[in-house]
Design a protein around this ligand. Sequence first.
Ligand code: SF4
Length: 342
Amino acid sequence: MNAETPALPVLPAALEGLITATEWPQLAPLVAEINRLKIDRDAVILAHNYMRPEIFHCVADITGDSLALAQKAVEATASVIVMAGVHFMAETAKVLNPDKVVLMPDLQAGCSLAEAITADDVRRLKAEHPGLPVVVYVNTSAEVKAEADVCCTSGNAVQVVESICAEWGVDRCLLLPDRYLAENIAAQTRYGIISFPGACEVHELYTPEDIADIRDSFGDDLVVIAHPECPRPVVEAADFAGSTAQMIDFIRDQSPARVLLVTECSMGENLMASAPQTEFIRACNMCPHMKRITLEKIRDSLLTLDPQITVDPAIAHKARLSVDRMLACGRNTPIAPEPEAR
Ligand code: SF4
């Protein structure tokens, strides 16, 4: 190497084993450029736990599940928010930050759950079930959230369902649109759940036979953790079920020797660095929508301040009420209006 040759960037320890020594020199300049652009643009990058490791570890300012990203979006002080996630997450950030620029690096990054249900579907279901509260998963469009009484995530769905049913004095509610989440929540509460036939295209692929086969291969010390978007028999075959944030807490608190995460592939990859004591078994399904987000697209969105998310102000106002009620639920304050006040 002569004096003019720039030194090769060093691969961060968190990426060892995930990114090859030949890939890293292509990625490192993008990482450096994005981190410079964040300062120039007064931007913050919110990254979901399913983002590629180079995004999660090298450019994200805040990482987490849908609930954490929604909470952090409320607190964001930067002028620009880049959502390294899928479209409904960027919409939620815009709903919570109407005066900020919210960038979505690839507008095609959708979600099979968000696309499963429309605002018309919710209006029809409300007419069919008058007097019952409507809880919608945060994986929905702003229009759908605007028709709901409250939102939930996989991490707080039981708490939200029980709070709103108790406040309304009813014995059941609608929980839309994930049929599997609805089944898994129904198993944890005395309240009845009316569901809708939506599903996550990633988690619905798992079967209890997959888990049995992997247990046979890896022995009794394997701990299986499933996401509640998985079908009920898969959750029943697991040792623990929870949101991606709850998976992180479980591994931190229990320090299992060997884990199978029944969820999107990047979850385990992103956890490896913070849980070196745990061996992560790689048997996962990839979300094609999450994987549309790349360093190049994040860089381009920061350079051009495009594509920006817009939400009709009237829709955003109503959607915000549903999101705010969910966030209030975590603070143990009343979360939703009585039926007659709707
Ligand atoms: S993993 Fe499933 S729920 Fe999450 S964004 Fe992909 S399709 Fe949607």
